[in-house]
Structures are given as structure tokens and as C-alpha cells.
Design a protein around this ligand. Structure first.
Ligand SMILES: *Cc1c(COP(=O)(O)O)cnc(C)c1O
Length: 360
């Protein structure tokens, strides 16, 4: 019998590795492996979701008009140029499905988020990895890698897992240097953590070949809800809506996200607490001999003397019930990614690292 064969590139997909959440035999586990908001869910979103639960026998709206309207109001954007997805992951999937495919190339960078490669392969396209410069996205290297087959370029800004950023002049230079057939996707998953940063909204507003993705999973504290959105040219939104499932977001999820986006006090508070705690954590780890790049998001990436040292420290932390992320799979084997937690969480990390240092 002829085998049932998947489409080309599907078997090249390595399964996404999520942050661990359990340690066998330990109950007091501190999960700092997925860049979630340590302060939890905003009360505004929780209340909206509970209220919406009474309507769960009804199909949700398919146009997401209320959520798009709220996002538009808060960010000063045209709601007609917004699309909502099941996390920004789904918006990334739509982009690859609609614009990439067999015979095309999708650019991501050396330490870039793994969903770009996964979504490109799922669409049958060829992912192209471009080197970075000392853990920072390199615009010249991206421009040099563009070919006549390139359809999408994915850049997270701030980036994950490096936590570094490029400035507005650099993103503008990248957008201006790409051929017209190529869409630049600025992934603003951590934009809320950068005071005064628009995530690339102005550039996406001004240029047809720039698209911005955003999420409710990080600063908004709703990673478990799965809501994200994208903003770009009307022509692109029109294309993406054709591949979007009509009922991709549930009614309770839409209601919670709408309440959350209107709750900018929560976002401002999360941003300022994160900035304070991140600086303290980075300094304390640096004093223990673990330097990190200036971090722009809600995690820091301490570097170790060797991959073996990073592995040993991760294992030590895990033994104490603290889960952080190994990032060897992202080309950073001598580093760990640690989400910035609460005051108590950060103190627990620093104590455990000090303990590991003293043992080693
Ligand atoms: C967390 C993250 C996302 C968000 O994914 P969701 O599907 O919205 O939860 C997107 N991009 C990057 C770089 C991320 O780190």
C-alpha cells in the first residue's frame, strides 16, 4: 500500500518545546520558563470572562468588532486594519499560510523565536536562518540574505530569547531595504515592557510592507487565554481573514481581552514593576559572576563560563523547584533565560544561584 505521506517540510518540524511546569516530587514550584506575568491575571479580565460565561451557548462574533474597536481606541489604530488570532502564534501561522509556500523563503534570525521556523515549514516554505551580531538582530545580514524567493521576514523586537532590541532607525532601514514582494513582520510580543515604544505600529501604519503582531500572553497576564492580534495594511488584513477560522476566538476570550486592553493601569504597573525587578535581578546575578545583555523584556539571559556550567546551574535550580529555560536549541547553550518574577521569586532565584556558586 502506498504510504499516507504528509506534505513536504512537515516532517522537518521539530516539536515546539514549551517551558517546563512541574518537578517530580516538588510542590512549591516556581515557573520562570515561559515569560508569563508573575502578577497573574488582571481582575478586569477575570470579571469580564466570568460575566461572558453566561453566553457560552451562543457562537461568538466572527468579526471580533468589539475587541478590534477597543484595541484601536487604546492604541490609536484603525480597527479595520486589525486581525485577532488564537495568540499571536495563530497570526504568524496565517501570515505563513497566506504568503509563504513551496518554493518560497521565510527569513528568521539566528536566535529568533522558534514559531517562525515551525510556521514556515508547516506552510511548505523554506526557513532561512540569518546570523545575529552578538545576540542582536543584524539588519545588514538580513538584507544580504533576501532573494527573489523571500516572502516574509520575522523580527521580534524586543527579541526572544535574547531580550535585546534594535532601534526605530534600524527597523525603518530594514523595511525600506526589502523588495516590494517581501513583508516585514515586527513581532511586538514584549512591546508593552518598553516604555514609550509602539511595537512598530507607526511603521506598520505608514508602510504597506510592514506588519506588527502583538499578544495578550505576556504583560497582560493572559497566556492561558490565547489571544493575540496583528496590524497592517488593509490589503494584508483582507488576505489573512480568508484563512482565519470564523470562530477562532471564543466569546469569553474576546470579552476578557477587551477588558484587559482597556486596563492600561495594569499594563503600566506590570511594566514598572518588571523594570525595577529586572534591574535588581540582573545586578545580583552579575555580582555572582553571571553577566547579561541589557534586557528589554520580562526576562534576563545570564551567561555562564560554558554550556556545562549553564546546564549545571539549571539542574541545581530545578532541584530547588525553580524552572528556568535552557536555550541551547536557540544557539545559546552557555546561557539560561529566566523570567523576571515577583520580589520573592527573584530573591529565591538569587539565593539558589548563590548556593550553586558556593557549592561549585
Ligand atoms: C510569547 C511570544 C509570542 C506570543 O505568543 P502567543 O501565541 O501570543 O502566546 C510571540 N512571539 C514571541 C517572540 C514570544 O516570545
Amino acid at each position: 500500500m502506498a504510504g499516507i505521506e504528509p506534505q513536504p517540510r512537515i516532517m522537518d518540524i521539530a516539536l515546539y518545546q514549551g517551558g517546563a511546569s512541574h518537578v517530580p516530587g516538588l510542590s512549591n514550584v516556581l515557573k520562570l520558563s515561559s515569560n508569563e506575568n508573575p502578577f497573574g491575571v488582571p481582575a478586569s479580565a477575570r470579571e469580564a470572562m466570568v460575566a461572558a460565561a453566561a453566553g457560552m451557548h451562543r457562537y461568538p462574533p466572527t468579526d471580533h468588532a468589539a475587541l478590534r474597536g477597543a484595541i484601536g481606541e487604546v492604541h490609536g489604530l484603525d480597527p479595520e486594519r486589525i486581525i485577532c488570532g488564537v495568540g499571536s502564534d495563530e497570526v504568524i501561522t496565517f501570515l505563513c499560510q497566506a504568503y509563504a509556500g513551496p518554493g518560497t523563503e521565510v527569513i528568521h534570525t539566528e536566535h529568533g523565536f522558534s514559531m517562525y521556523r515551525i510556521s514556515a515549514l508547516a506552510a511548505g516554505a523554506d526557513p532561512v536562518e540569518v546570523r545575529e551580531r552578538a545576540r542582536v538582530v543584524d539588519v545588514d545580514a538580513i538584507l544580504a540574505a533576501v532573494t527573489g524567493q523571500t516572502r516574509l521576514v520575522f523580527v521580534a523586537n524586543p527579541a526572544n530569547p535574547t531580550g535585546t532590541m534594535i532601534g526605530a532607525a534600524e527597523t525603518e532601514r530594514l523595511a525600506a531595504g526589502l523588495p516590494e514582494s517581501c513583508l516585514l513582520v515586527l513581532d511586538g510580543a514584549y512591546a508593552e515592557y518598553v516604555d514609550g515604544f509602539d511595537g512598530g505600529a507607526a511603521l506598520a501604519g505608514a508602510r504597506e510592507n510592514v506588519f506588527m503582531t502583538r499578544t495578550f500572553s505576556k504583560a497582560y497576564g493572559l497566556g492561558g487565554l490565547r489571544v493575540g492580534w496583528g496590524y497592517g495594511a488593509r490589503s494584508v488584513i483582507d488576505v489573512l481573514n480568508r484563512v482565519r477560522g470564523p470562530f477562532n476566538l471564543s466569546g469569553p476570550a474576546l470579552a476578557a481581552a477587551e477588558a484587559a486592553v482597556r486596563d492600561q493601569d495594569w499594563v503600566a504597573w506590570s511594566r514598572s514593576e518588571n523594570a525595577r525587578l529586572r534591574a535588581e535581578l540582573a545586578q545580583a546575578l552579575a555580582e555572582l559572576g553571571l553577566p547579561s545583555d541589557t534586557a528589554c523584556a520580562n526576562f534576563i539571559v545570564p551567561r555562564f563560563a560554558s554550556p556545562a556550567a549553564a546546564e549545571a546551574c539549571e539542574a541545581h535550580l530545578r532541584g530547588k523547584g525553580i524552572l528556568v529555560r535552557k536555550i541551547g536549541g536557540y544557539g545559546l547553550p552557555d546561557a539560561l533565560r529566566i523570567t523576571v518574577g515577583t520580589d520573592a521569586d527573584c530573591a529565591r532565584v538569587v539565593d539558589a544561584v548563590r548556593d550553586w556558586r558556593e557549592q561549585g
